[in-house]
Design a protein around this ligand. Structure first.
Ligand code: NAG
Ligand code: NAG
Ligand code: NAG
Ligand code: NAG
Ligand code: NAG
Length: 445
């Protein structure tokens, strides 16, 4: 009898053990998200960079999960405030990303960066009426003629910040998608939009549809840094609230007379407009005289223009001087015009090496530019010469091989050292680590 009791006791004990351990397993993998999230996401209260760690919000975070569809988002908890779905691979968004029969009154932020998104259907986004920030950075979105989806943003009735940094496919000429973008803005009623990010989109001209931003009647900030613009060439008199334009690191050698006139006109009834033109390849020859004189008297605040560098100029001695130093600007002889290519290489080198010296913005404009998902894509974009890329690649390969060799010979030791930590990282990865990241700041505007 006694042995039987012990026997039964042991069985019960084993059963309990089994149950509790499987419960523990489930806890370790469930991450508090609905089942369809397959344990790959994190759901819960968290601080995030989007509001500068302002307060904890109910966050659903699917980062680098390997998902190749968004069907689990139909089960998104209704109390979600922040939806992060980044680093996955979803070439095409289906007609309903979120469940049309649920209400997402609290959903404020959607980040769908870096998902290889190519197509967004006209009806992809419903129930996003309270979303204030939409981030679509680093995708391959195609909004060109035949695939035009004029209604893709039409349900974002309260959108205030739209991030489309490096968002569009490179297969299509930027002037074409700017036309499509104008359609999208026209159809969408984004009447609360304050901040528009269009950095790194190979935009070389807006001139073909100058009024592209005019439907965004509350627009305050236009971010066009790291494009290929050669002038300021779009209409702004339709934007009464506009107060900041970012044109950093473009291809502007001087502003044209038209551009300066447009800007002065804008200032007639207004007191404040700031423009950032840092790190453009300015040319200090006779053709820039008007531009420099204008800078000295305009009401537009061209931020720290006195420190801009002449990347080229005539006489040659102007090259390398700052705008406040340059006095004498003459017209280059005909013989110089053949050297354009040489000049451009010099321009690139100079622009890059000076990036660090230039004082950063000191005004309260939007500085959150979204996390950079690509290696080596921090700080300056687009201006790397192939030599630098070559050297960097070589160093990268070299260092990697060295590390691998060391790792091979020390593999046992490394394993012992890393294993416990690795376990810890994979199990407990959560929201505590973000403070250590290079967190872009967003100033409140
Ligand atoms: C989302 O999850 C990723 C990886 O799990 C983490 O690195 C990131 O910091 C999280 N983001 C937020 C805002 O919690
Ligand atoms: C979506 O992805 C999940 C996991 O990757 C997969 O199990 C599921 O079948 C996919 N659903 C569709 C409709 O493709
Ligand atoms: C885009 O088109 C314009 C004219 O239509 C052309 O000048 C420009 O070189 C094109 N850009 C690219 C990257 O194809
Ligand atoms: C400036 O304001 C005045 C009076 O409010 C108006 O008549 C004039 O047209 C405005 N000028 C511009 C350029 O907007
Ligand atoms: C700016 O204007 C002042 C006088 O109004 C003049 O003394 C100064 O040299 C000008 N600076 C430049 C860079 O043109």
């Amino acid at each position: 009898m006694r042995t039987l009791m012990t026997y039964l006791g042991a069985i019960v004990f084993l059963l309990l053990l089994e149950i509790s351990s499987s419960a523990a397993d489930q806890k370790a993998t469930s991450t508090q998200c609905p089942k369809s999230f397959a344990g790959r996401c994190h759901c819960g209260l968290a601080y995030s960079i989007y509001d500068n760690y302002d307060r904890k919000k109910y966050t659903v975070n699917c980062t680098n999960t390997g998902f190749n569809n968004v069907s689990m988002l139909l089960d998104l908890p209704e109390n979600t405030e922040v939806l992060i779905f980044v680093g996955n691979s979803v070439p095409s968004l289906p007609p309903n990303v979120l469940d049309n029969f649920k209400n997402y009154d609290n959903l404020e932020i959607i980040d769908m960066s870096n998902n290889h998104i190519r197509f967004i259907q006209g009806k992809s986004f419903h129930k996003v009426y309270n979303v204030k920030t939409l981030i679509l950075d680093h995708n391959d979105i195609d909004i060109s003629q035949e695939n035009v989806r004029p209604r893709i943003l039409s349900n974002f009735e309260n959108l205030e910040r739209l991030h489309m940094t490096n968002a569009f496919t490179e297969k299509i000429n930027a002037s074409e998608y700017l036309l499509s973008l104008e359609d999208i803005f026209f159809e969408s009623d984004l009447i609360y939009l304050k901040v528009l990010h269009l950095e790194q989109n190979e935009i070389w001209s807006v001139g073909t549809n100058k009024r592209v931003f005019c439907d965004l009647v509350k627009l305050e900030q236009i971010m066009l840094g790291d494009n290929r613009l050669t002038d300021f060439d779009f209409t702004i008199d339709c934007l009464p609230e506009l107060r900041f334009i970012d044109l950093e690191r473009n291809m502007i050698s001087r502003l044209s007379d038209d551009a300066m006139k447009t800007l002065d006109m804008f200032m007639v009834n207004r007191t404040k407009l700031q423009i950032k033109l840092d790190d453009n390849p300015f040319d200090c020859d006779c053709r820039s005289k008007n531009f420099l004189q204008w800078l000295n008297k305009t009401k537009v605040d061209i931020m720290h223009w006195k420190k801009f560098d002449c990347i080229s100029g005539f006489p040659e001695s102007n090259t390398g001087k700052t705008f406040s130093q340059v006095k004498d600007m003459r017209c280059p002889g005909i013989s110089n015009s053949g050297n354009k290519n040489d000049k451009e290489t010099v321009i690139k080198e100079n622009t890059r090496s000076r990036n660090t010296n230039i004082p950063r913005t000191d005004i309260d404009v939007e500085t959150y530019k979204g996390p950079h998902y690509f290696n080596g894509d921090r700080g300056s974009y687009g201006n790397h010469s192939s030599a630098t890329v070559g050297i960097l690649s070589f160093l990268l390969v070299f260092t990697t091989s060295l590390l691998m060799a060391v790792a091979y010979f020390q593999r046992k030791k490394i394993k012992d050292v890393l294993m416990p930590h690795w376990d810890y990282v994979t199990r407990k990865i959560g929201y505590t680590g973000i403070a250590d990241e290079e967190a872009p700041k967003e100033a409140h505007v």
